[in-house]
Design a protein. Sequence first.
Length: 128
Amino acid sequence: MTTIAAPAWFRAALDALCAGDIAAFVAMYDDHAVHEFPFAPEGRPSRLDGKPAIAAYMQGLAAIRFEAFEDVRVREAGDELIVEANGRGTRLATDTPFFHQYVWFITHVDGRVSHFRDYMNPLRMRPG
């Protein structure tokens, strides 16, 4: 598989996240989408079913401010994107920078994300 440029819809979603516009980020999801966190720590959700559940969870991101997604590498396999990215931002409660690595498997069908597997662990965020 070769690396491709991030599709415009995905770049717009990351830009929305960096702008703090959670609603615009969640707009990429189908109403019946599933968002999974295979590495979720105990006490955190490992699966969100439906756009309303995803939107409610993403509102929790208001505790951090994403500033950039760097080294975004995208591969396409049929209707699935495989994305590796580094995120930088600030934890708002402590005004401290963070750095986090992400790997995402995103199924995109009929113009919307139907399945998002998010291989990240929020407990592994490092000082940025």
